[in-house]
Structure formats: C-alpha cells, structure tokens
Design a protein around this ligand. Sequence first.
Ligand code: SF4
Ligand code: SF4
Length: 304
Amino acid sequence: MDLTVLYRGPLASCDYDCPYCPFAKRRDSREQLRADRAALERFAGWAAAREGEDRLSVLFTPWGEGLVRSWYRRALTELSRLPHVRRVAVQTNLSCRTDWLDGADPDTLALWCTYHPGQTPYDRFLGKCRDLVARGIRFSVGIVGFEEHLEAARRLRADLPDRVYLWVNAAEGHTYTDEEAARWTALDPLFPYSRHPHRSAGLPCRTGESVVSVDGDGTVRRCHFVRSELGNLYDGSYRAALGPRACPLAVCDCHIGYVHLESLPLYDVFAGGVLERIPAGYRDSGPGGAGTTSRGGGAGSRPG
Ligand code: SF4
Ligand code: SF4
C-alpha cells in the first residue's frame, strides 16, 4: 500500500536558540542521543524492509535539529536510494553541511527548511539555499510570521529563485489583522491556509488511513496531535487499525496535520510535494530550472 509516515524520535536538542521555541538550545545527554540513534536506525531498517510490500513516503519531524546528527543524514541518504521509497524529507534549520547530499537520490530526497533570523547570518542561510539549488535538491524554505521577521522574509523572497517556494507559518497565538495578513500573503500566496486554525472535528482526514505518525518506540498514532494509539509499527499491530476516520479534535493548526484533511484541497495544491511543502508549479528547484514531474510541515510541532 501507499503509506506516508511522519517519524519523530526522542531527539529534542537543537543547536539554535529561537526565542519562540521550547526546544531552543536543549541538550540531549549521551544516553538520549544513543537512544535516538538506535530508534532511528530501527525505523530506517523497518522502512528498508518494506520493499515489495509498501510504497513509502517519510517525513522526519524531530523536535530538535536532526541533520547535525550523522544518523539522520545517513538514514535520509540511504532511504532516498530505495526503489519503494517515493519521498524522504526532513524539517531542518539548515545549519548542517550539505556535502552529504552528494550520496542521496535528488529525485526522492527533499528538505523542509526554516530560516530563523537572529540565529544565523542572513548571507549564510541564503548561501545554503543557493547551494541546494546548485545541487538540484528539492526544498521549501519558510519563516515564522512575526512582524520582526518581515524584512528578512522579503529579502529572502527577493533573493531566492522564483521556483523555490517560500512559506510563512502563522505565529502561534497571534491574530493577524487583514493588513498584516496581506503583507505575508504577498510573500506566500498560501499564507491564508496558515492564518487560522482549521476546524476539523468530525471531518475526514487521511491520517490513520494512509498517513501515520510513529515515535521512537514504534508506537503508531494517526497524527502527531491525537494521542490515542493504533498499535505498534514493529509488530505490525497498527496495520489492522488503518482505515478511514474522522478527526476527533476541534481544530488542526499545523501544516503537517491539516495538509491531510480531506476537506481542504491541499493534496492538489501541493501535488508531488505534500511532505516537503512544495506546491505544484514550484516543483524542481534544480539548477536547470524547468519543472520536472516528481514522484511524489502548535502543540504537536515546533514553530517551523
Ligand atoms: S525553532 Fe527549530 S531551529 Fe529554532 S530552536 Fe526550535 S527546533 Fe531549533
Ligand atoms: S485534522 Fe489534524 S488533528 Fe485531526 S486527525 Fe487530521 S492531522 Fe490529526
């Protein structure tokens, strides 16, 4: 079957110190890092063994920053080369080196990058993005929509090629006036989807049917936000629980959740790039520039 998996292991540390993030500058002990590595390698082993059974799309959504850890880079590279993996992507602050991407299949690997002004010099971040373009890596880049980020966001939009999608996440707890929303929408035409939480109670959502969330122990839930369990990945017990089901929560306010709501048109809007948040039409961020057809982002999420 076609299965999309959102994986989040125990890793909670980050090399950045964003004022709006509960994971800023958290440190993991050696033991916690060892546990995260073991959990990730177990998951990657499971995914590799699904050849002949499933076509997988995987998004790593660590609480902290994964790509500064070798085991995330290795898992992404190796999974990208497997024929039954349609897409493998990760949310990242892009602080890492990029040479490891040489080993990945650029048709399958993708990055969801967030720019955090104040944490890294603008030119360094832009240079990393340009490096990704030169390498032909699929990526989206985004920013949290704080007023104080507006100038940096405008600069980034102007400096990036048009074919690179820049998204804006509504800042948690902030209500945008129409004027504010218009300023952000000028940068990200899809900002209106992020501006307000989506009413989701009782509405059909693909999570729990073709999309699941998996933690480091292999516990399977429908999404990162609904805590009830569907079973375990490694004993296969989740499988019998997959099926259509309505959302039990009042609202869904994070892209990595509501993108799967069937009442929204976002599988069409992001066709080919649902996991890495690249809308259809932006497609190929490679150096050639022409769009190629590809095979294939609250309370439960970090801000970007
Ligand atoms: S928002 Fe992202 S980059 Fe910033 S501290 Fe949190 S996890 Fe790190
Ligand atoms: S709408 Fe959001 S909260 Fe509800 S089931 Fe889907 S992903 Fe989870």
